[in-house]
Design a protein around this ligand. Sequence first.
Ligand SMILES: *Cc1c(COP(=O)(O)O)cnc(C)c1O
Length: 403
Amino acid sequence: MTKNINNSIEEGNLPDYDMETLAVRAGISRSGFNEHSEALFLTSSFVFANAQEAADRFAGAPGGYIYSRVNNPTVTMFEERLAALEGAERCLATASGMSAILATLMGLLSAGDHLVASRSLFGSTMQLLTNVIARFGVTISFVSAVDVAQWRAAIQPNTRLFFVESPSNPLTEISDIAALSALAHGANIRLVVDNSFCSPALQRPLKLGADIVVHSATKYLDGQGRVLGGAVLGNAKLLDAIHSFLRTAGPTLSPFNAWVLLKGMETLALRMAAHSTNALALAQWLASHPLIEQVWYPGLTSHPQHELAAAQQSAGGAIIAFSVRGGREAAWRVIDATRLISITANLGDTKTTITHPATTTHGRLSAEQRAEAGVGEGLLRLAVGLESVRDIRQDLERGLNMG
Ligand SMILES: *Cc1c(COP(=O)(O)O)cnc(C)c1O
C-alpha cells in the first residue's frame, strides 16, 4: 500500500477541505497498481514476509494487516473517510448499526453501571437495552428526548453514559446535544449520539460536544438500500475499549460492504440536500392539507424545536411524521392507495417509504406506551426519497382524496 500518491487525502492532510470534498477524497489508500477508484480487498488474511514480520505484526507494530476481522484496507478507507466527515479522531467500522451500538455499550459499560437513555429510540436499540444489556447488571433509566431537566434528575453516582437519537423516530423530536454534553461532562458521563437520521452532511454531534457518534451506515451513508453497515466514532483513547470488543467478538464490517459505502458516501452531501429539499416541500404541502391534523418536520417553523433544529442541523432531513384525520382507517387508506411509494419501515434510501408506526415499528408497545410516545392511530411516517416532489405528492393525494 502506498499512501503518498498525489490527490489522495490522508490523515494530517485534511485541514480545510469542505465536507463535499472529503466525502469524495478522504481516506483513499492506493495499492501498487495506482488504481483511481478505491480498491476492494476480498481477503480474509494477509501474509508476512518472514517470521520476524509476523511476530512484529502480532505484537502490534503499526502499518500492516493481519486478518480481516481485525482490519482490512478497504474497511480502513471507509473508516478514514467517515472520520473526516464527522470530524472524529478515529472511526471503527461495524457490521451493522446495531453492532455499533452493541460494541459501544459492551466497550464502555460494566456490571454495576447505570445508563440514561432517551425514551424515543429505534426499536431494536430499545430491545437491546431492555432485553440484553439489562441482563448483565447494567441499570437503565429512560427519559424524555427533549427535557434536559429529566436527564439531570436521572443521574446517579454510577451513571456512565447518556444515549440519545436526534431527530427521533417517528416524531422527529430534537434533543439539545450541546446542553446534554455539558450536563454529562459536569458529572463525568459520556454522551453517545446516534446520528443515523442526519448523517454528517446535516449534523456533526462531536462538534456540539458529544463524546461518541454511532451510525447505522445502512441508512444515508449507503443511501441506496444495498448493504448493512455501522460505525462508532470519537477520540482514539475512548474508542480503545470498543475496538478490543470488536476485534475479539467479531461484528466487524465486511470489505465488500465497506466498498459499497465508500461509493455511497461520495454522493452523501448531494443526496442529503435533495432529501431535505423534497421533504420540506412535502411537509409544507401536508401542513396545508385539510385532512391532515398535524405535521412534524424539523424544517417547519411550526415544529416545537424548530429553532434548536436550525441551530444544530444544516437542514431538516428526510423524515416527516404526519397524522391523518380518521385514525387507523384513514392512515391505512393512504398507505394502500400508493402506487409509487414503498410500504416498508426502512429509511435512508433513494426510494420514498411509508409506514404506520402504531401497527409496525411501535406495534409491540402497549396502548399507554404508544400514547406516551405520541404514536397515534392516524400517524404515518414518510422517509422522503429522491423521486420528484410532484409524483410523491400525487401518490399521497390519492389516498387522502378517498377520505
Ligand atoms: C436502522 C437504525 C439502527 C440500526 O441499524 P442497522 O444497520 O439496521 O443495524 C440504529 N439506529 C437508528 C436510528 C436506525 O435508524
